[in-house]
Write a protein that binds this ligand. Sequence first.
Ligand code: ATP
Length: 265
Amino acid sequence: MREGSRHERHAHGPGVQRHRRRSRRPGRPGPEVTPVPDLGLLEISDLRVRLGRRQVLRGVDLTIPARGQIVGLFGPNGAGKTTLMRCLVGLLERYQGRIDLPGGGVSYMPDYPYLYPFLTIEQCEALFRSRYEDFSPEVARELFDTLGLDRSRRVGELSKGMSEQAHVALTFARRVPLYVLDEPLAAVDPYTRGLLVDLVRRLRPPDSVTIISTHIIQEVGELFDEVAMLLDGQVLRHDQVADLPAGTELEDVYKQEVAARWATT
Ligand SMILES: Nc1ncnc2c1ncn2[C@@H]1O[C@H](COP(=O)(O)OP(=O)(O)OP(=O)(O)O)[C@@H](O)[C@H]1O
C-alpha cells in the first residue's frame, strides 16, 4: 500500500490541470430541455518529457471522452507508455504541454506489486476502504468472489498471477472517472484474464475511462474499445476498434505500423 498512497497524493499534484465538471444549481423552472450529458474529457496536448539526456515523450496528443471505454495503450519497449501513465497520474510532474483529466480522482496500478506482503487481501481491502472514500466494498466483494481469490490469504503468499489479480481488483473497486493500469495482465492466466475482462466491462462506471498498457495485444484485443499506439514518444495512431476493418488483428496492425516506422528512420 505504501506506493499506492504516494501515487494518490501525487495524483492531484500541481502538474495536472484538471477538467472540472460544472455543478448544477437548482434554478427557476424553465422550459423542458433534454439534458446534455456532462462528460469528462481526457485531453493530452503536446506532452513532452525529458528524463536525463533523453527526450522520452516528444509531443503526445490524445483526446478521449470519458464514456466508459477501455483504451489499450500499445508500443514497443521504451516507447514511453509508463512515462505517459506516470504523467497522467501525477507521479511525473516535470513535463511540458497540457493534461486535462476528468475531475474526480484516478485509480492507478503501477507495473510492480505495491501491496504490503504481510497483509491479507482482506486487510488490504480495509486499508483501501479507510484510505479512499470512493472505494466500493460491494464491487470489491464481487471481484474477489468471481475471481475465486481467498481474501484471508497474505499477499506475500500469493502466486505472481494471483497477486496481479488482487492488485487489479483493488484498482477497480474504486469508483473514479479514470483508471490507469500499467501492464496489469502479464502474469494472469488466459482463463482468468477473460474473467477479469468481463468483470471490468461490467463493473466500470459508465462515464469513466480505463487506460491499460499491455504487450498481450492479440488475446485481449476484444477488451478494448480504442487503441492508441505509442512509438518513440509519440502517438503513432489512435483507433476506435469498431472502425477497424472486419477481421483486423490488432497485433498485425501494430507490427506493420512499427515495422513501417522503423524502416523509414
Ligand atoms: N529515470 C529515467 N531516466 C532516464 N531515462 C528514463 C528513465 N525512465 C525511463 N527512461 C527512458 O524512457 C524511455 C521510455 O520508458 P518507458 O518506461 O516509459 O517505456 P515503456 O513504453 O513503458 O516500455 P516497456 O514496454 O518496456 O515497459 C526509455 O528509453 C527509458 O530508458
